[in-house]
Design a protein around this ligand. Structure first.
Ligand code: NAD
Length: 398
């Protein structure tokens, strides 16, 4: 099959397997070039492991200290004549490469919110590891089915209290538009907290604890975003911000409930990056386009794998990692929120419009980064070649 990108709004409905492979190879090469990280734990579970922050959170432990990993994700597998999702190819190629390099890696494809998938993961941990040392919680999902009541909750990206009106971008037409979004209803606020808050993270930890699978001194982190004021109405002070507050509540609760084994839960506050989840948030793609340009110009640009490498290397493991702050927030968004970066964004934000969009933002780079999420835009891939789109994971759990 010859596959070309087909972008529909904030998703690309096609995926290129060879590009996904190139993406995995690029991240692995980065980690190898950075060199080993000392004192990393052996057994790492990543929930939401197939794309974005979760994927890098799996690649770094494998290649920086030889960790064994189990990755959980919810992706559409390929078939003989049908492409799978990018996360499917990422996970298959990661596993194939890691296994060939001598590292243990197992993939679990299914709904992480369900009891069934938690049980399958716990059974695997019990059988192969006996316990787990690090659990990374990196889910981003538009909905969640409560495993007990079967109620399906939807998340919404909306302001709270008053309508939002502000700049956004139409990436198809390459224009700056005015976006207006009505405030969330109580049901939408509650739904977003149910989907993107800490309840499911706690369910994972409680279940693994019940099964006696949490190692002494285990660590667990979930990812959050705070960002600058231009995004607050829609992000920090909106529905998603409420869900992120709930993650912080959950981190405290996990620390209390696992104190006897010295459990260590915290939130890593990450930088805004181009990901499948963030492309769907109004305002954020315009902000990201400007951010990409400004950070590159100031020499502080950082992509996902660079962020996660820094998180592990400087904040969690290595020779002398600093203590986790009392507010349980590890800030790796420090470069994004640096004064010089934000001053430049604040200068650009009020004046950017459709006319000067290309001059004042890194829109071309944003679009390239977006396409790369789906395996397009890699220089070393021949996109005119007829390729086999099907790949299997021989011992996939689903
Ligand atoms: P992403 O869309 O790239 O990845 C989401 C992952 O969750 C995928 O592996 C997907 O398969 C998995 N997933 C979704 N629903 C699932 C389900 N029901 N069962 C099992 N797996 C499921 O997202 P991302 O941008 O990497 O976000 C990950 C986390 O990082 C989120 O908490 C997000 O808020 C946070 N974060 C993102 C940014 C950003 O700019 N992208 C910044 C800071 C923090």
């Amino acid at each position: 099959m010859i596959i070309k990108p087909k972008v529909r709004g904030f998703v690309c409905v096609t995926t290129h397997p060879a590009g996904c492979k190139a993406h995995i190879e690029e991240e692995i090469a980065y980690v190898k070039a950075k060199g080993p990280i000392a004192n990393g734990p052996k057994r790492v579970l990543v929930v939401g492991a197939s794309t974005g922050y979760g994927l890098s959170s799996r690649i770094v432990p494998t290649y920086a200290w030889g960790a064994q990993t189990i990755g959980v994700f919810f992706e559409r597998p390929s078939k003989e004549e049908r492409v799978g999702t990018a996360g499917w190819y990422n996970s298959c190629y990661f596993k194939e490469t890691a296994t060939a390099d001598g590292y243990y890696a197992r993939n679990v494809n299914g709904d992480a919110f369900s009891h069934d998938i938690k049980k399958k993961v716990a059974d695997l941990i019990e059988k192969d590891w006996g316990g787990v040392d690090l659990i990374v919680y990196s889910l981003a999902s538009p909905r969640r089915k409560d495993p007990d009541s079967d109620t399906v909750y939807q998340s919404a990206i909306k302001p709270i209290g008053s309508p939002f009106s502000g700049k956004s971008i139409n990436t198809d037409k390459e224009t700056v538009i005015d976006a207006s979004i009505e405030p969330a209803t109580n049901e939408e606020i509650e739904g977003t907290i149910k989907v993107m808050g800490g309840e499911d993270w706690e369910l994972w930890i409680n279940y693994l604890k019940e099964r006696g699978l949490l190692a002494e001194n285990f660590k667990t982190m979930a990812y959050s975003y705070i960002g600058p004021e231009v995004t607050w109405a829609i992000y920090r002070k909106g529905t998603i911000g409420k869900a992120k507050e709930d993650l912080e509540r959950a981190a405290k609760a996990i620390n209390e409930s696992t104190a006897a084994i010295n459990g260590n839960a915290f939130i890593s506050v990450n930088k805004a990056v181009v990901s499948q989840a963030s492309a769907a948030i109004p305002v954020v793609p315009l902000y990201n386009s400007i951010l990409l340009k400004v950070m590159a110009e100031q020499g502080v640009d950082e992509n996902i794998v660079q962020q996660i490498d820094r998180l592990y290397r400087e904040h969690m493991y290595g020779e002398n990692p600093p203590a986790i702050p009392d507010d349980l927030r590890v800030r790796i968004d420090d470069l994004e929120l640096g004064e010089k970066v934000q001053a430049e964004i604040n200068r650009i934000w009020p004046i950017i419009d459709s006319e000067n969009l290309h001059e004042l933002s890194g829109l071309e780079r944003y679009k390239l980064e977006f396409l790369k999420l789906f395996g397009f835009g890699y220089e070393n891939v021949d996109y005119d070649a007829d390729i086999d789109v099907h790949i299997e994971d021989p011992d996939l759990i689903e």
